[in-house]
Design a protein around this ligand. Sequence first.
Ligand code: GYE
Length: 330
Amino acid sequence: MLKRLSIAVAGGLLLASAVAGCGDSGSDTGSGKSGGGDDKITLGFSQVGAESGWRTANTKSIQESAASSGIDLKFSDAQGKQENQIKAIRNFITQRVDVIAFSPVVESGWGTVLKEAKDANIPVILTDRAIDDPDTSLYKTFIGSDFVEEGKKAGDWLVKEYEGKSDPVNIVELQGSPGAAPANDRKSGFADVIKADTKFKVIASQTGQFTRTDGKAVMETFLKSQPDIDVLYAHNDDMGLGAIEAIEAAGKKPGTDIKIITVDAVKDGMTALADGKINFIVECSPLLGPQLMELVKKAKAGESIPQRVLTKETTFTPEQAKEALPSRKY
Ligand code: GYE
């Protein structure tokens, strides 16, 4: 079940053994009971919310791996608001949990609360998303994807797709939630690659909040204001799926009249890809739970852990999606 998740540690190899160990102990959903009694580790985790299929799979991965690792998980849903996350982190500090992990809603504004955690000697693990504070002593490690790289992969596909053609390529972009690392980085990685050729023009770019509803609504406005759209680049599958509804409602064929690139590769996205409604998906794995629990144990034990743990990911064409779908876990 956890085999799909392979990892590469930035500049090192430390985590290979951690993942192997994790596969052994967490091979099933587990009962959540550990024999440990008092020495059970308590983890406070503040989640972004439930905005996307990715997030749902991520929450499930974290809850299941905490249970099968015998870690007592205090889970808090921030409903997309930074102020809720700050509150949750302060509560975890008051409760004196052993380790705090969180997936930051936005990149900036964490200094004060993370200093409080540091002063209380509670190790913090950034999960899935980074923060922009230059003081890296505020957290033990950051586990998650390289979102700039994901944006680049999306751009690379586009460049190849239009190789040898000189007509302008009009692109609309659905951005993730404002200020979030994956929104900032997927935008900049993509822009970096396509700027090499002036035929690529981003003619409209707006947030769709990483949700299907907003993806659909914003795509409707794009379709009304832009008569000539060649490509949609959506920062996640959910916004792409919402946009597909808008495109079909406007009498156009998604994947053909408008080419679509998304990020995540959750089941619904992969199904649309296999059906030819999406043309290319850059994978971003939500299955961070097993690795996170290994890091939590190490942080609690005071062992040294790498500052950055990267998840390894791939990309999918329609053919590859058809192949991967039957065994896809999320
Ligand atoms: O791509 C998106 C979710 O932070 C990587 O957040 C995550 C992103 C994911 O809402 O679907």
